[in-house]
Design a protein around this ligand. Structure first.
Ligand SMILES: [Zn+2]
Length: 397
């Protein structure tokens, strides 16, 4: 048994406990979370830490298989050029790709990440995930702009999903984005999702370019399709609905939905979302590090809070981020949105992410019987409970 005491313990799903004491089994299973009384006497069996103790983090959006692209791409290019750069640099020696994933997985574990929602377009990451101490839920992602690609694209995603499941890794099929999936491909994903009752994830309103492509069929996304991959756009019917509106009909309301990025999501989109879906099974995944890298902008976090949306956090890939660290994303958010308190940030980083990946019975909060992992945050301003640029995470369990 281990007894861990800290200046503050944030349980992930409720207010912090000052001078808290966390009692766990040696394997990390939570037994109890107690408050130390004023007359508490130091005990030899208790480990004392100055700082803030939080559960293991949930990284709700990652692309492990792009880890070899770390520091390879140019920043602030916008989404059209970013996708072009990914296509250009993605191919690499399998050994290089594997080593980069292994390193990224180890660093995520060391950075206190306990569970990951990972987008995969291939089976490359399976051996890494099988050996990892991290829990991975794989989103076998499919895309194909032209309707003629639907059959083949869907088959490939089925293969990736089936290989994951055969390897003992939870997985299901998801669409890449509103602009990269044709209607026949969306229909296949929709049918499969309804059958499997799976967790859906989609990149949503990540760029102004997405809005433009749906509005009039022009802009950087049209440019990428035509000039980088030579696609025929003649079937594309722009001007009807915006990207979220056009996509929601393919995402069954019974399925949990992770909308990733939402950098250009506005009040009308949130109203639409709330008329069509329950807030309970809809999650906005924020990836601020990646948004700053690609578009040099951030999503309207105040608006999401005003609409009481469920928020969780993701790192996106090393192609568009300097590290796969949830605490780094929290520091960025605290810096740009100082009105968000630490308790709320921790709930996004832990509990809400666990709900989104449907693993809250084990991860995301300090509840008896769960095994969420235990992290210590140091370099936190304890007087006003604010993260600083010096905030670091140390995994205790
Ligand atoms: Zn992504």
């Amino acid at each position: 048994m281990r007894k861990l005491a800290a200046t503050y313990i944030f349980p992930g799903d409720r207010p912090p406990v000052k001078n808290g004491l966390l009692v766990c089994e040696d394997d990390g299973t939570i037994i109890d979370l107690l408050e130390r009384e004023d007359n508490w006497k130091e005990e030899a069996s208790v480990e004392y830490y100055s700082g803030v103790m939080v559960p293991g983090f949930v990284n709700a959006h990652c692309h492990l298989e792009l880890s070899h692209l770390h520091k390879k791409l140019e920043a602030h290019t916008g989404i059209g050029a970013f996708i072009g750069q990914i296509n250009q640099h993605r191919k690499a020696e399998p050994d290089v790709v594997l080593k980069a994933m292994q390193l990224a997985d180890r660093l995520m574990w060391a950075a206190g990440i306990a569970a990951v929602g990972d987008i995969s377009n291939s089976n490359a990451s399976i051996p890494v995930k099988q050996k990892s101490k991290i829990y991975y839920h794989t989103f076998a992602e499919t895309f194909g702009f032209h309707p003629s690609r639907a059959e083949r694209a869907f088959e490939l995603a089925v293969q990736v999903r089936d290989e994951c499941i055969k390897s003992g890794l939870p997985a299901n099929i998801v669409p890449h984005s509103p602009y990269s999936v044709s209607e026949p491909l969306f229909r296949k994903i929709q049918n499969e999702a309804a059958k499997a009752k799976s967790i859906l994830s989609i990149h949503n309103q990540e760029s102004k370019a997405e809005e433009q492509f749906f509005k009039d069929g022009t802009g950087p996304i049209a440019g990428h399709f035509q000039h980088n991959i030579g696609l025929d756009l003649s079937h594309w019917q722009a001007g009807k609905r915006n990207s979220l509106d056009a996509t929601l009909e393919f995402l069954p309301t019974e399925n949990t939905l992770l909308l990733v990025h939402n950098t250009f999501t506005g009040g009308d989109d949130l109203k639409l979302l709330q008329t069509q879906r329950s807030v309970d099974n809809t999650f906005l995944v924020l990836c601020p590090g990646s948004n700053l890298f690609i578009e040099n902008t951030l999503p309207p976090v105040q608006l999401f809070r005003k609409f009481n949306m469920n928020i969780c956090l993701g790192t996106d890939s090393l192609a568009s981020n300097s590290a796969l660290s949830v605490v780094k994303e929290m520091i960025t958010l605290h810096q740009y949105f100082p009105e968000v308190g630490l308790e709320e940030l921790v709930s996004w980083a832990c509990f809400k992410g666990a709900k989104a990946l449907n693993i809250a019975e084990k991860f995301g909060s300090f509840e008896p019987g769960k095994k969420p992992g235990v992290n210590l945050l140091t370099g936190v301003q304890l007087k006003n409970l604010r993260l600083t640029e010096h905030t670091k995470v140390k995994r205790l369990l």
